[in-house]
Design a binder for this molecule. Sequence first.
Ligand code: FHN
Length: 593
Amino acid sequence: MKKLFTIILLILLTKGSVWSQISQDERMQWWREARFGMFIHWGLYAIPAGEWKGQYDEKKIGEWIMHTYKIPYTEYSSLAKQFNPTKFDVKAFVKTAKDAGMKYITITTKHHDGFALFKSKVNNYNVVDATPYRRDIIKALADECHLQDIKVCFYYSQAQDWAEPNGWGNNWDNFPKENDRNHQQYIDDKVKPQLTELLSNYGEVGMIWFDTPLSITKEQADDLKALVRKLQPKCIISGRLGGGVEPDYQSTSDNTVPPTTVAGDWEVPATLNNTWGFKKYDATWKSADGVTRLLFDIASKGGNYLLNVGPTADGVIPEASVKILKQVGEWMKINAEAIYESKASPYYVEFPWGNITQKPGKLYAGIFNWPSEDFYLEGLKTKVKKMYLLADKSKKPVQFEAQYDAPTNHHVLKIKLPKEAPDKVLSVLVMEIEGEAIVEKQIIEDHSGKINLFGGKAKSTKNGHPATIAINNNGGGAQNWKDAEIKLEWEFMVKTPGTYDLEIVSTETGAHEKTDWTGGHQVKLIYNDVVKDITISPDAKTFNPRTLYWKNIITKAGKITFDKPGIYKLKLEPVNILQEGRGFTFREINITK
Ligand code: FHN
């Protein structure tokens, strides 16, 4: 009888746990639909605001000031006595996010300096116990977010903690040497108890945003993941958990937007100026136009945009940030349909004019380079039924002509857009389509006589076997391509014979405050029997609206002649790649009339 009871109990328990499990799709749903979120970096570092005892550094980020000037913990922590953000108006914070069209807020509950913006029973270095303000900022924000139906998410620095002798990162205080630290103890005494507080005392938490995992082990990361899952199974775990443990989505490097659509769930964490935590002298604000275009571009590649504000020590989001976000919000009022719940473009690479998002039955072309003549969309096989501008409430049809060239099996849409863009920042052209959006795979000369050989579209081999160059550095070119044995080859269709200009594009990379580019590599371009020897040199630099910080570097590679229309092959073979720096940050070859 006892045995039977145990078996029934076990079955019930197992069933119960299956029922209580939620699928990854369910967990990610709100986040996938949201596309746009607010990041808030706020803490004691807002008091020095980038200046320490008369020292300034344009290039350093504000929240790292303790690290930058090796400020002893005892001295830095005494800033808590001054932390009194009396102007903090939680409603204003949430309103700023909502008015911009943001669907979630991710706030630093504890950054690398170790100070908590919430009441913690396990560590009194927190806003309630250590400051004259004495109020739990996280509680205020979480309550307001719940009230106003916007997701609240918590950034938590799980490894780096400069207040803790057993944490990672503080090598200037009289703490044990890094190897002698008991990181496990730090995780057991601070990280896990504080995460438990965050996931128990603030209602539903959308996500825990881990950061800089450093040498956290797989076991430690597994443990943190299990804790989050146990306390709030629906809570998402951000990309930087560490230990090789799978998070719920990937984070790009800070401020880095890929040049192509990327499968899976991912997010770009980005700043509005050059710092995350407030710096009183950082006025390098991005333009509202640039931010709006990035929002569209990131969505069109399949990602979310997590855009940062750094409140002042008084508790105010800088006016410049509010202004930019307001303008983005104005654009969203008209165009949000093209952002929320949208999916990545059916095209692999971004366009010079903008990019595309999609929903079932619709494509949204976001155009920021408004054409002076007809607008062409090439390579779309799916039938388009109707086009109109999202800004036009009457949905007056935009005229277009669908052309199909049988010999080249090429589809072209020739679109008659109005002379003036409805929105000079970015106008959305809606295309109602029949069925799923399907795009040609071939590379073909476009209507303007341009052939684009993008790095990620090449067949790449090493000694005859497939070998890829990863196109994912900050500037959107190859990441650390140092192996000269890797060769690239493209096959493409030329429609009009003639002589074309050839240019090789590589990109700047590195940290945005100190961009990096290595030239001098030697490569061969091979087509038919012609071999061209080229040294990668910076003949021109062009601004890339997708990266804002990292320029494209153009190497002029002479001319190429195609005698007749047809299919051609072009190979790019390195002869010598210089090994210093980040190698050959190749992005694409452009062949233009
Ligand atoms: O070191 C942090 C930095 O201070 C900031 O929090 C960013 C946000 O993505 N994350 C780390 C650097 O990548």
